[in-house]
Write a protein that binds this ligand. Sequence first.
Ligand code: PGA
Length: 250
Amino acid sequence: MRRPLMAGNWKMHKTIAEAVAMVNELKGKIADVKDVDVLICPTFTSLYSLSNEAKGSNIKIGAQNLFWEPKGAFTGEISANMIVDAGCSYVIIGHSERRQYFGETDETVNKKTKAALNAGLIPIVCVGETLNEREMNVTFKVIEKQVRDGIKGLTSDEASKIVIAYEPVWAIGTGKTASPEQAQEVHEFIRKVYSEMYGSISEGTRILYGGSVKPDNVAELMKKTDIDGGLVGGASLEASSFEKLVKFSK
Ligand code: PGA
């Protein structure tokens, strides 16, 4: 009932030429995939070229961030409409690296989520606990606050469009994946919190897992009831590895 979504978060990697070359290669490799949504989120500079390269294929393009104001004197920022203008349909919001290095909070996540929805983008809202928080046994408390404050105040229609990504900070780029059981436990919890906020809409909400997803662990993760896809960094940077992730069930 929930269509899987495999999303590549390229972070600050690849020039325009490198990005176009990889999407070109990936297009051929996954042309026959019909049952999974495939998304690539490159740097801002590659968005427009990649959207053109992906036209007519089953690959969608998304941004990694946005600013919530529609326009104005905000040097260095990019609005939701500009991202749509560049050919995107998705945007990642509140990634832990943005929270850690660029001071993003649940409040800014909420503003960005609303701005994305207003412009017709699908936000992928990221939540996740640090290692310290996990060890202190406050994982559920931290996640609940991030979900409640980050995604509050939406209409039912808006709430039905959101994608949530659970990315334990200790698993990102470390090679340490959460076990499928650890991930499932938190995904189930996120869906419960979302259902307390937005009722039965939560049944259709896709919750992605992120944090060292690789070709050799993706199938086990995807078997879990509440894991509906992946938000993948390192393993999304090469066409052959990302192809394996997209074809996780084969
Ligand atoms: P990783 O990154 O797959 O390299 O751990 C995931 C992410 O940060 O989205």
